[in-house]
Design a protein around this ligand. Structure first.
Ligand code: DLL
Length: 433
């Protein structure tokens, strides 16, 4: 289903023209309204005339998380507080949070973008949508909320946590759509079963819109089976707008990026040069329509690649593959690069373990070590040692084949790994730098 079909199916030439026009305008606007950008653009000799074709975007300097931190809290805003109607922030792991703000028009743009990804996933005004993202400074709750109201769905602002209550509401209010992180969806499914419910018989759920963290195809099929739904991925980040940057359509073959609002590039994070067509690299995003906080060439740190060409759904917007991880989540273990998502893919293909895991990274002497904690299924954990040993050997062998690395695997008791109600914390890093 389309939300703004004319936009979502624009041919490439018109799309590029629109992007160039909007980018030129935004450069001019940022120059006039932001001391930060004026300084930055002056240093590089950038004016709107710099942009003649879409490739000229490469002449602009990058923006990074550090720019947000250095200008905390409101130094990057290009509108006075009088025109701001909402403030969010993302916590991050260290230092000050990243603060983002929206004008009334930005909220309107954001709601529209979220309405698009909801419609693309098949959500309509008949749906009852349970939003189990945290409502608060995190952009997930309110971001999805306004967009889904716009679609005309009946929105239940459940927020995250209190999982038994979530299940009760889901059943009693006959929710048809669940919105949260994929790891929380898995947990909700587990709790529903523990409460004696069979999602197929007892719930009306049909669609899941999940995002805010990386998740594998294997995890998708586990969630789809567990909750008896079709699970759609969506991507976004606070610095750019929040959720709504990209989302899957019914084809579930990559997430369409709203290219009439954003320009995306994939670069090699080490050389900063553009990646070759179809290659993995860091995604860099420029906003074209934001008022309060325009951002040029933002280094997302997310590693993905682009799928070009018109999709079977008819949308012309380029698609991004599921991000495989973040540059800052990549582990370098004895010289080998490892993303947690590679470990997840291996684990979730093996029977006998539950889809909950944690990765402990430590340093012994000069060597980094990895221990993968995996939860065994109840029947197996309390079964004979021999079967456990066989399972361990299998996990070890498959991890070695995929990662090219020996890692230690520990089977732990059912329910001993902490469940996630938001973004899952998969890595525990005990290294002291
Ligand atoms: O997580 C915005 C959001 C909310 C997206 C709800 C989707 C749904 P931040 O807290 O700023 O914003 O975190 C952004 O989360 O750079 C990615 O590393 C990661 N991320 C977001 N969506 C996905 C996804 C929100 N679908 C950071 N797959 C991003 C993989 C994702 N990673």
């Amino acid at each position: 289903m389309f939300w703004e079909k004319d936009r979502e199916t624009l041919d490439r030439k018109s799309l590029n023209q629109l992007q160039v026009e909007l980018l030129r305008e935004k450069i001019d606007y940022a120059y006039k309204n932001s001391p930060f950008y004026r300084r930055k653009f002056d240093e590089c000799g950038i004016t709107k005339e710099t942009i003649q074709t879409i490739d000229d975007i490469q002449k602009l300097p990058f923006t990074t998380k550090t720019d947000f931190r250095d200008n905390y809290p409101f130094g990057l805003l290009t509108k006075p507080m009088k025109e701001i109607v909402r403030i969010h922030s993302s916590s991050g792991t260290t230092g000050k949070p990243t603060v983002v703000a929206y004008t009334r028009k930005d909220i309107e743009t954001w709601s529209n973008l979220v309405a698009r990804i909801a419609a693309a996933a098949g959500v309509n005004d008949e749906d009852v949508v349970q939003i189990a993202f945290g409502y608060g400074l995190f952009t997930g709750g309110f971001g999805l909320h306004y967009g889904l109201e716009k679609v005309g769905a009946a929105v239940i602002p459940a927020s995250s946590g209190n999982t038994k209550r979530q299940v009760m509401i889901m059943k009693d209010f006959e929710a048809t759509v669940l919105v949260c992180t994929p790891s929380y969806a898995l947990y909700i499914g587990e709790v529903a079963r523990n409460m004696g419910l069979d999602p197929k018989e007892d719930l009306k759920l049909r669609i899941g819109m999940f995002g805010a963290e990386p998740w594998s195809e294997q995890m998708r099929s586990k969630i789809e089976t567990s909750l008896n739904i079709k699970a759609y991925d969506n991507y976004g980040l606070s610095e750019i707008i929040g959720p709504g940057v990209a989302g899957e359509c019914e084809a579930q073959d990559g997430m369409h990026i709203a290219e009439d609002h954003f320009i995306v590039e994939i670069i090699n994070p080490e050389t900063d040069e553009p990646a070759k067509e179809g290659e993995y690299g860091e995604m860099v995003i420029t906003t074209l329509t934001k008022e309060a906080l325009p951002v040029f060439r933002y280094r997302t740190r997310d590693i993905t690649r682009l799928i070009k060409g018109v999709c079977s759904c008819g949308r012309s917007f380029v698609r991004m593959e599921k991000p495989i991880g973040r540059t800052d989540d990549m582990l370098i273990i004895r010289g080998v690069n490892v993303f947690p998502s590679q470990i997840e893919e291996v684990l979730f293909n093996i029977d006998g373990i539950s889809p909950h895991y944690q990765i402990i990274v430590d340093r012994v002497g000069a060597l980094d070590t990895v221990t993968v904690m995996v939860e065994a299924n109840a029947n197996l954990f309390f079964d004979e040692m021999k079967k456990q040993k066989q399972l361990l050997d299998r996990i070890n062998a498959e991890l070695k084949t995929t990662l090219g690395l020996d890692v230690e695997v520990k089977l732990v008791e059912p329910n001993s790994i902490q469940r996630s109600e938001g973004k899952a914390k998969r890595i525990i890093d005990k290294r002291k730098f």
